[in-house]
Design a protein around this ligand. Structure first.
Ligand code: FAD
Ligand code: 2HG
Ligand code: ZN
Length: 474
């Protein structure tokens, strides 16, 4: 019986996408950078169906590309051009399995959309802190598989820090039930950690236990302008000292990044009267008795105001705008969250998702500016990111009509310049978006042979037939 018929027998007609038009959204990534082919997109309804599909693929040596919300930025969820890879979409597995406000855990199918996970936490007066621009369409399984970061890492950590348990369909079709909701469990190797950030190369994540937190009851948000990155880094230090745990987000945007959003995204306006070379979007949040943003002396509003006054006095900030309403806060976040879309609209971005020690950020950026301009005179650098985590999105924007060969050469040259410098500073060439197909070849250059060998051995041990997302990560 052909594979298609066997899959049909396992998941029924609702679990298969065969029509070319209906398949299209699964075959191109969010950035429109990678397009592949497949004979079939399989959408199992639950873990048992997923296990049956993977078992069949294992027996027939059919490669599987697992896909969640397809918002990834490294091409990890796009099949190759051969048409031989099956796309396994988790989007039908979208049940909230259990919410436990006493244990502070949330157990979900891996295909649950991140925003729905946040809502499930809110429904029991708890908080799930993972937050990123794609939260309306990315899935928790995809978040786990990429170890997603986002805007609240500064306070709550990456996805890795937010996962207590996993359920995974292994490459041979067996189900590993590691859905534990424990804060302590020293019974050997931490297997769940292997799957976090594995980008679909070790198995299909089907269930997730997430940590919940007390729901913040008050927030304060400000936009700050500074004339150098050194000053913003100093401001970050000041905010940490003055605000401690309440400092939830510290995002950075250069003037060209902000201008790009103002040019490309409707209903946006500059937050400061005089544009600043470097901008920070700062958020404090607090739990406990509800307080108005500016209401209480000890609330985050008052704290932010006094910390910023101190910063201005110390010359760390030129100007600051404290949000006075929920609508203003949303408008400020729209400026930050709009950058990815603005880049897509404006041209072709050569992206660098890099992490550096916070203490090296300013000198890295100064040196990178020189080296990038030497490599590509007049380059338009869109530099922004999660400053509080030392994570920059150091992107170089080329005109939309740049031809394929030019783009290829520029990408190669700029990657070499930026990533060698990142390595010299002890940084990482993939901070939060993963490796996928974007950084696969470069990984071999920047990871040590020992690390590469260990990763390849783990892959071989767990997926000896190499059916899980071949051509990605390793
Ligand atoms: P997909 O794109 O579908 O897949 C990503 C990878 O995970 C692929 O390798 C895929 O094979 C694998 N995978 C997916 N689901 C599973 C599963 N159940 N089991 C095994 N493997 C699986 N990322 C950040 O970290 N921080 C940000 O701030 C951020 N902001 C973004 C803003 C925008 C506008 C966009 C478009 C993306 C952003 N991203 C960000 C990137 C992306 O949203 C995240 O990487 C997200 O975690 C991917 O989830 P997904 O469900 O869309 O995964
Ligand atoms: C963000 O922080 C995302 O907005 C996307 O990680 C970054 O578009 C990018 O390069
Ligand atoms: Zn980011």
């Amino acid at each position: 019986m052909p594979l298609l018929n066997k899959l049909h027998a396992l998941v029924g007609p609702a679990g298969l996408v065969i029509d070319a038009d209906a398949q299209a959204p699964y075959l191109t990534d969010w950035l429109g950078k990678w397009t592949g082919r497949t004979t079939v997109v399989v959408r199992p309804a639950n873990t048992a169906e997923t296990a049956a599909v993977v078992r069949l693929c294992s027996e027939t040596r059919t490669p599987i590309v697992t896909q969640g919300g397809n918002t990834g930025m490294s091409g990890g969820a796009t099949p190759d051009a051969s048409g031989a890879q099956v796309v396994l979409s988790t989007t039908r597995m979208n049940r909230v399995r259990a919410v436990d406000p006493v244990n502070n855990t949330l157990t979900l199918d891996a295909g649950v959309i991140l925003a729905n996970a946040q809502e499930a936490a809110r429904s029991v007066d708890r908080f799930f802190p993972l937050s990123l621009g794609a939260q309306g369409s990315c899935t928790v399984g995809g978040n786990v598989a990429t170890n997603a970061g986002g805007i609240a890492v500064l306070r709550y950590g990456n996805t890795r820090e937010l996962v207590l348990g996993l359920e995974v369909v292994l490459p041979d079709g067996r189900i590993w039930n590691g859905l534990r909701g424990l804060r302590k469990d020293n019974t050997g190797y931490d297997l769940k950690s292997l799957f976090i950030g594995s980008e679909g190369t070790l198995g299909v994540i089907t269930g997730v236990v997430l940590k919940l937190f007390p729901r913040p009851t008050s927030h304060a948000t400000a936009w700050v302008g500074a004339d150098s990155l050194e000053k913003l880094v100093e401001l970050l230090g000041l905010m940490r000292t003055r605000c401690g745990e309440r400092l939830t987000a510290f995002e950075m945007m250069t003037a060209p990044s902000l201008q790009l959003v103002l040019d490309q995204v409707t209903e946006t306006r500059a937050p400061l009267a005089t544009p600043a070379p470097f901008n920070a979007l700062i958020e404090l949040s607090d739990t406990g008795a509800a307080s108005d943003v500016h209401g209480e002396e000890s609330g985050p509003g008052a704290l932010l105001e006094s910390a910023l006054a101190e910063a201005m006095e110390a010359g760390l900030a030129n100007d600051a705008m404290l949000s006075a309403s929920e609508a203003q806060t949303m408008a400020l976040w729209k400026l930050r969250e709009g950058i990815s879309q603005a880049q897509v609209r404006a041209g072709k971005a050569i992206k660098h998702d890099i992490a550096l020690p916070i203490s090296s950020l300013a000198s890295f950026v100064a040196q990178a500016e020189k080296e990038v301009q030497a490599c590509l005179p007049g380059a338009s650098v869109i530099n922004f990111g999660h400053l509080g985590d030392g994570n920059l999105h150091y992107n170089v924007l080329l005109p939309a009509d740049t031809d394929h060969d030019t783009l290829k050469h520029r990408t190669h040259d700029l990657n070499a310049v930026v990533h060698q410098l990142v390595t010299n500073y002890g940084g990482s060439i993939s901070a939060e978006h993963g490796v996928g197909q974007l950084r696969r070849d470069e990984l071999r250059i920047y990871k040590s042979p020992v690390e590469m060998e260990l990763m390849l051995r783990i892959k071989q041990a767990m997926d000896p037939n190499q059916i899980m997302n071949p051509g990605k990560l390793l």
